[in-house]
Design a protein around this ligand. Structure first.
Ligand code: HEC
Ligand code: HEC
Length: 160
């Protein structure tokens, strides 16, 4: 029973890493499988189609286009070079994917659900925070932080 629940949860977790991997493998004709070239955070088992599907979700969750994170091709700037890491936003997004996955694995997964309410398991996704915008919380909060709460100083690029 618990094992089954665990399995379900694990499955869900695998799904979040990709943001929202919904497998469509059933109704998709097997074409030449496209190769993934520069994958650092998606699981090694992820297919091109799954990654592509997650990308569509990021686009919606952040309200941006693919070129927000991807660089254009060098020879043909009208096309996108998806494997390229030329656009620094891609690395920010990688960290966001890692963070989201950590939130689910380390914290959300500790919430107990009974066998009956497994359908209510909710995971953190990009949309949990972003809600259709790249900068989710807009301007810096106007209110002063509560007493005793230290807001970290933003340091310059030189580090400490
Ligand atoms: C919020 C940022 C973001 C947006 C928007 C985004 N991507 Fe990505 N994309 C990434 C990141 C990050 C990776 C690398 C994932 C990794 O390293 O595991 C990636 C990887 C890919 C790859 C795999 C490339 C390879 O072979 O290594 C494809 C294909 C891709 N994206 C397509 C798209 C398409 C199409 C869109 C628009 C629908 C899109 N992406 C929008 C962040 C983004
Ligand atoms: C727990 C909340 C939270 C989650 C979940 C989250 N983000 Fe973010 N994200 C933020 C915040 C807050 C910022 C803005 C930080 C700043 O600008 O200082 C941000 C910024 C970003 C940026 C940079 C935007 C810019 O214009 O500078 C990208 C790209 C991004 N997130 C992608 C993602 C993706 C992709 C996911 C899902 C895999 C995700 N985020 C999940 C809170 C979150």
């Amino acid at each position: 029973m618990i094992l089954q629940h665990r399995k379900k949860l694990n499955l869900l977790l695998v799904l979040t890493i990709a943001g929202a991997l919904i497998t469509q493998s059933f109704n998709v004709r097997q074409q030449q499988p496209k190769k993934l070239k520069n994958i650092k955070v998606f699981p090694a088992t992820a297919t091109y189609q799954e990654v592509d599907h997650a990308m569509d979700q990021y686009k919606v969750d952040l309200g941006v286009k693919c070129n927000y994170c991807h660089a254009p091709e060098k020879d043909n700037p009208r096309k996108m070079d998806m494997p390229s890491d030329e656009n620094p936003m891609k690395e920010v997004a990688r960290n966001m994917i890692r963070m989201t996955d950590d939130l689910n694995k380390k914290y959300i997964a500790t919430i107990k659900h009974t066998e009956q309410d497994t359908t209510k398991i909710q995971l953190v996704t990009c949309n949990t925070c972003h809600r259709g915008v790249p900068k989710p919380f807009g301007k810096a909060p106007a209110a002063t932080p509560p007493q005793g709460l230290q807001v970290p100083k933003i340091v310059g690029t030189s580090g400490k």
